[in-house]
Design a protein around this ligand. Structure first.
Ligand code: ACO
Length: 332
């Protein structure tokens, strides 16, 4: 009889660039106000990386912390997976750049690749990591969500520049005979919404030209209100489905960690799922939306602050460009 492989979450880490841009700072750049941003989004400030500080640098620092917390050596990692929509370059993958930074003194040659699912990237990543471990293919996986959205933001467009930030989070997962910390995940996508939240140029649709640069097509374009309207039902659906698949009830979950895109979305999803806000983790005021880095950095903060402790059940719920959505019920 084949052995059943469980998945243990060994630990997490995170890293944010030092520079903070507040709403008051943004008032000096575009026609906006702290009052508008706070009431419409819940965001007060966001972290912004330096020009020469790359997504792989943030990923590296978050990974070092996760390795330290878990007492795992880089040589013990069998696969590096990075969820990002702001890679250092189109290719090689940010996961390969991260591998180079982690193994500066030894040759790793362990597989490494990126995955692109926008703000749902980390939930997609957990699902992939779980499947790889359960299949017996890899034993220990470093999973990272890392973004520098500031570098694809049009800083003259008030409808998007107030929303995004930079940061990275990391998780180390390993095969286990005794534990199974990922109870369930649920994923979805609908590409018919691809023109509501996207970066038009840089790929094969619109290769870089002087015109694409001059017309700012290498920056985020979004129909915010439309995104909002789809995000709420899809996050609610994902949250309910993953819970159902896990066999757990709302009352069993110690903390819900929704994607931090907009405080009004978070509240609407909590209401639709019938969760009281004291069980919902919120750090959007400090971070803004950091896409695939959001749920993992929020999870890491919840652990560090003592809001959740070993053995607690947590549900991560996300929604992003594509559109993509997903949720995961995990034990930390
Ligand atoms: N400051 C002041 N006024 C502003 C600003 C600003 N920063 N931005 C927009 N406005 C104005 C608009 O021009 C508009 O003015 P008008 O009525 O004179 O035309 C007015 O405010 C209202 O604009 P709306 O876009 O209707 O504002 P809304 O209440 O929808 O809030 C927001 C906009 C915050 C973007 C919201 O729609 C939202 O959060 N949407 C979801 C975004 C999201 O979830 N993204 C997730 C995924 S991100 C990813 O995957 C990378």
């Amino acid at each position: 009889m084949s052995r059943k492989i469980g998945v243990k979450i060994l630990g997490t880490g995170s890293y944010f660039p030092k520079k903070i841009i507040t709403n008051i700072d943004l008032e000096k750049k575009v026609k906006t106000s702290d009052e508008w941003i706070t009431t419409r989004t819940g965001i007060k400030e966001r972290r912004i990386s330096k020009k020469n500080e790359l997504t792989s640098d943030l990923a590296f620092k978050a990974s070092l912390e996760a390795l330290k917390v878990t007492d795992i050596l880089p040589e013990q990692i069998d696969l590096i997976l990075v969820a990002t929509i702001t890679p250092d370059m189109f290719f090689p993958s940010t996961a390969c750049f991260l591998q180079k930074k982690l193994y500066s003194s030894i040759s790793s040659q362990k597989p490494a690749f990126d995955l692109s699912a926008a703000c749902s990237g980390f939930i997609y990543g957990i699902t992939i990591a779980r499947a790889f471990i359960k299949s017996g293919l890899y034993k220990t996986i470093l999973l990272v969500g890392a973004e520098e959205l500031s570098k694809i933001t049009d800083w003259t467009d008030r409808s998007t520049c107030v929303l995004f930030g930079d940061g990275a989070g990391a998780m180390i997962l390993s095969a286990s005979d005794t534990d199974d910390d990922i109870l369930a995940t649920y994923l979805g996508a609908d590409g018919s919404y691809s023109d509501l939240l996207f970066m038009p140029a840089g790929g094969t649709a619109n290769p870089a030209t002087i015109n694409t640069v001059e017309t700012k097509l290498h920056t985020i374009k979004m129909d915010g209100m439309h995104v909002f309207k789809v995000a709420v039902p899809k996050m609610t659906l994902a949250g309910k489905k993953a819970l159902e698949l896990s066999g757990k009830k709302l009352k069993d979950i110690k903390l819900f960690i929704p994607h931090q895109a907009n405080m009004r979305i978070i509240k609407a999803v909590a209401k639709k799922m019938n969760i009281s806000m004291d069980k919902v983790f919120v750090n959007i005021h400090k971070t803004g939306n950091i896409s695939s880095a959001t749920t993992i950095t929020a999870l890491d903060e919840a652990i560090k602050s003592g809001k959740i402790k070993s053995g607690d059940l947590v549900e991560l719920i996300a929604f992003g460009a594509g559109f993509t959505w997903g949720a995961a019920v995990i034990r930390i």
